[in-house]
Design a protein around this ligand. Structure first.
Ligand SMILES: Cc1cc2nc3c(=O)[nH]c(=O)nc-3n(C[C@H](O)[C@H](O)[C@H](O)COP(=O)(O)OP(=O)(O)OC[C@H]3O[C@@H](n4cnc5c(N)ncnc54)[C@H](O)[C@@H]3O)c2cc1C
Length: 443
């Protein structure tokens, strides 16, 4: 559910390693310039790690944590790379007596400048979450180009150690890891490991389409609650998108994705997908799933998908589970009949449908009124971020600690909390205070 401490330790160790050689290099040199150079190295390390996470290689989740969390780290590393590059550019990194400024050195300097401004633009686009996803994604692929320019800057700039020294070799290895990761993520999709499936049944479920897929060869091995990236090249939908596998693991290796029309790709997919369509599945990812002991599952809208799989997988020794399924009205509720059947069959699963259109919005008090005493329960939530925030702020007073509130958001691209920060500042009267201060200063 969270970033793995080992992943954070790896990042910290990678950034701290150059310090091993700095005291020796610092003798007789300008310390401030050396510090600036160290900042530049941490920017490179952050960018390379960020590229590594973007590969979604097998070990990424093991080291850094479930993919949604790893992508958060990917974003914060990108931001650190920007801050560190900016400081490196601002604090003079030049040292006297390092050699002659050749054309190559000048080109390396220019590469560094271009990389900094490019990063600045791309990070601004990344945190501005109102910019449509496909535009962001298109611009985001250039981040690797700026990494390449940063690596060129580092390799050919005049520095107080050579590329063959231990520190030079270490940073060379970092550049190589980042470059290989970038080459892999930019390579054609056929080079990425994925499994072939065929769509065998397509049914309407509320306002979603449930697409059942059977494996052509070896199936993926998933746990109930996990997600996978899927594309449908057979019907011209080549871009892989993440969807939860809304079916528990089974002996035939069948999987099901329940897809709601939330944007451009999903609307197009709904009109194109046909039985027999070829699909490619990459994954599984994530670690959302059945918890231990008493649980409350809160599903909102299409956030029902992990719970649909978990309800199927729920064993007699799991739970007990109280599931609250929140939808505008019954007709929009995907997999409702299936969940009602599971609740009727399994004595440890109870289901409450909350129709927000007629019964009002859900909050932590409503959850407690349905599920009873929450002090020993783990609350699992999947749905929109706004309801997640409402529950996160209200469940504490019902005895649910932050550790026992777990959630999955259908969002991989997250901002840096600017909206929350602005809301917080507005609630505390910051705009009024600033305007008072400004008028005082003007007076
Ligand atoms: C872990 C996870 C599980 C999900 N499970 C389901 C599910 O079971 N059912 C369901 O209907 N939806 C699910 N989604 C959401 C689904 O991925 C998006 O609705 C879909 O990708 C939207 O694409 P779009 O182009 O139609 O919409 P857009 O409006 O273009 O995108 C809407 C949002 O979807 C995300 N998104 C779009 N394209 C991609 C992409 N290629 N890769 C990653 N994220 C992308 C972005 O955050 C974007 O802001 C899940 C998302 C995640 C992260």
């Amino acid at each position: 559910m969270a970033l793995r401490p080992i992943g954070l330790a790896v990042v910290a160790a990678a950034m701290a390693t150059p310090i091993l050689w700095l005291p020796e290099i610092a003798v007789g040199r300008d310390g401030v310039a050396l510090f600036s150079q160290y900042l530049g190295m941490t920017a490179l390390i952050a960018m390379a790690t960020s590229q590594l996470i973007a590969t979604r290689w097998l070990g990424v989740e093991q080291v850094f944590g479930p993919l949604d969390q790893s992508y958060r780290l990917h974003k914060w590393l990108g931001l650190w790379a920007l801050v560190a590059s900016f400081l490196h550019d601002t604090i003079d990194a030049e040292m006297r007596g390092l050699g002659r400024e050749t054309a190559l050195v000048e080109a390396a300097e220019t590469a560094g400048e271009i990389s900094l401004y490019g990063l600045l633009i791309l990070v601004a686009i990344t945190v501005a979450t109102f910019i449509p996803y496909h535009l962001w994604k298109w611009t985001h692929r250039f981040i690797g180009v700026f990494f390449v320019l940063s690596a060129i800057h580092y390799l050919f700039i005049l520095k107080p150690f050579s590329n063959g020294d231990p520190l030079g070799l270490y940073m060379g290895l970092i550049c190589l890891i980042g470059l290989v990761a970038y080459a892999y993520t930019s390579a054609p999709r056929r080079f990425r490991p994925s499994r072939a499936y065929t769509a065998t049944s397509i049914t309407e479920e509320g306002n979603a389409l449930a697409v059942e897929l059977s494996p052509v060869g070896r199936p993926i091995k998933h746990r109930a609650g996990q997600f996978a990236f899927i594309s449908f090249p057979g019907v011209g939908m080549h871009e892989p998108h993440p969807f939860t596998i809304s079916m528990a693991p089974n002996k035939d290796g069948h999987i099901r994705m329940s897809i709601a029309p939330l944007g451009d790709y999903t609307v197009r997919l709904m009109s194109r997908i046909v039985e027999g369509a070829e699909a490619r599945v990459e994954g599984p990812f994530g670690d959302f799933g059945i918890a231990r002991g008493p649980q409350v599952w809160v599903a909102a809208g299409i956030g029902v998908t992990p719970f649909a799989a978990m309800a199927q997988a729920l064993g007699p020794d799991d739970g007990p589970v109280t599931m609250i399924y929140c939808v505008r009205d019954r007709s929009k509720a995907a997999h409702l009949a299936e969940l009602e059947r599971a609740a009727a069959d399994k004595s440890n699963l109870t289901l409450t449908l909350r129709e927000t259109g007629s019964e009002g919005r859900l909050d932590a008090d409503v959850v407690a009124s349905i599920a009873g005493d929450l002090k020993k329960s783990t609350v699992l939530y999947c749905g929109p971020a706004a309801l997640r925030d409402v529950l996160a702020s209200g469940l504490g007073k019902h005895g649910v600690s932050a550790r026992r509130f777990r959630y999955e958001l259908f969002e991989i691209r997250t901002g840096i909390g600017m909206k929350k920060l602005l809301k917080y500042l507005t609630e505390r009267g910051a705009p009024e205070r600033i305007s008072k201060l400004m008028s005082k200063t003007a007076g």
